[in-house]
Design a protein around this ligand. Sequence first.
Ligand SMILES: [Zn+2]
Length: 697
Amino acid sequence: MTMKTLNLIIASIMLSVMVNGQNNPLLEKFNTPHQTAPFAEIKNEHFLPAFQESVKQGETEIKKIADNPEPPTFENTIGALENAGRLLGRTAGVFFNLMNAETNDELQQIAQEVSPLLTKFQNDITLNPVLFERVKTVYQQKEKLSLTVEQQTVLEKTYLEFVRKGANLTDEQKVKFREMSAEHSKLSLKFDENVLKETNSYELLVKDKNQLSGLPESVLEAASGKARTKGKEGWLFDISMPSYLPFMKYADNRGLRKELYMAYMSKSFKGNEYDNRENIKKLVNLRLEMANLLGYKNYASYALEQRMAMNPAGVYQLLDDLYEASFNVAKNEKTEVEAFARKSGFNEPVMPWDWSYFSEKLKIEKFDLDDEMLKPYFELSKVIDGVFGLATELYGITFKPNKEIPVYHEEVIPYEVFDADGKFLSVLYADFHPRQGKQGGAWMNDFKGQWKENGVNSRPHITIVMNFTRPTETKPALLTFNEVETFLHEFGHALHGMLANSTYQSVSGTNVYRDFVELPSQIMENWAVEKEFLDRFAVHYQTGEKIPAQLVKKIKDSQNYLAGYLSIRQLSFGYLDMAWHTLEKPFESEVKDFEEQAWEKAQIFPVIDGICMSTQFGHLFSGGYAAGYYGYKWAEVLDADAFSLFKEKGLFNREVAASFRKNILEKGGTEHPMVLYKRFRGHEPTVDALLERSGLK
Ligand SMILES: [Zn+2]
């Protein structure tokens, strides 16, 4: 951004302050340490006017780029686009982080009003033909422009963002493309609604407690509470996860397990008004047609163009390699569970509705491990030292709490993060415990990204948010092992953000291809089962005793329990996904038949009539995982393969860490992930390390 536009922006800020008749902190310079968000001054009523003003400024900046009388260059077009909308980015950063971590009805209401503003702003950019002409002109000259590698990536990315939304189509095609996009959104929503309706409409009321043997007291309590709120007597179960999963795991009554299983697995496949078969046909055919219009032979080729896997062949290679190693193991595991079932007096074939039940009992027999045994070793304050200490050991970075940095809730801990040479790297907010107004789960995000402008490296503000067990009156916060892994995972994403060192924000930090983004996070989870790492912090909160070696071994072994079955299950979903999205002709057949064929080789149970996965598979048809389901396995392959270098050279090897930092963490999306990965690892990822880690070879 030049000084001239800066002055313009300042002038319009002053204007908006006067228009609103009050100061709006979101539109002023943040006078806080590292210009962090001044939460104490920000009130709900500031958001909407701030969004309106920052969208207006963003639009002015975009218009200036499009209307520039100078011929298009990388700097005046692509570089300028990168720098446009900074104020909007800052406003949105504050708003959407609060929406997730500290929300209320008023913010939700504002979000409804903000959402169309943001969609319009996005469309004004990507659907602007004048702007696209400039981008295209630069793109066509790319060979002659002597751009840096990062600039080439940003140029390609920017150009493709336009093209993939139809910018290169004729006017007539554009109209058609937009109609199809709109229809596609409608159908996806409808798909979701149908599954939700089916989920909500089913209930299983049990009046005789004898039918419910095996279920833990807490599950029974929840079920009777559910019945009471609906004015019914007895125990009410349904097919939402918290009700369904424990029932399948613990209920002794096989008939009821089957009933619940069939209800769960036949969602939107009953021929009623919520049936999704027609929606699937329409969706896959629309996807094919849109991909064809943009010049791709199928939808998967379109979707995978911006993925590390690159194309359908890349995905099938992964699925097949893992399949080869997993299928027989899965069959043997099934035999083992069956033998266990027979030993307990069960003489029928083990069916899917028996699987959780018997495999859970076998697991308890084999491992005798539960959360309560591990929690005393994972006191939160010690885990924080352990996780931060790992980063210090690997990368030399240090963490200093700074109370001067404002926070949005008193429980949030703000840190300044410094590099080995003492230079300031990043702000890190850590928000550990659940409370009203916070979404469930755990995530990393940024309030502010990283970029370089006018020779200044503008450092990021990163946040990690969890929902960890709270301290009680008598005990400090003791984490489950799963929570420790979650901490390491989100902290890994945070490192990707904090160590970012790009010039352009759009390719900085976690702005990478979706099948690459989980590498920095998942690799961190590998340390969680290493005794050498645990010994640094996992000590009993009362006795100070280090976590016993045999407990760590149990954790490792139990993690690999049913590894073959779980692998095959994920692969079957991957095959199904790819089958739907590599169609090259409009789909006219039966959904259930197609599904059966698509994943036949990855099934260890016989086909069951009356159920269907596709009709309820939101990931594929409403959740943005179309031609992307393989990504779960892909990420595991990457993190295991990458971690195997640490295993080989030393868990705390500084050279390997430095290379991971330089080639992966600092680089964000500035180059193709396969190039970055090979530079770190020396070869393309193979499935070997994952197979070894999970005991599949
Ligand atoms: Zn993640």
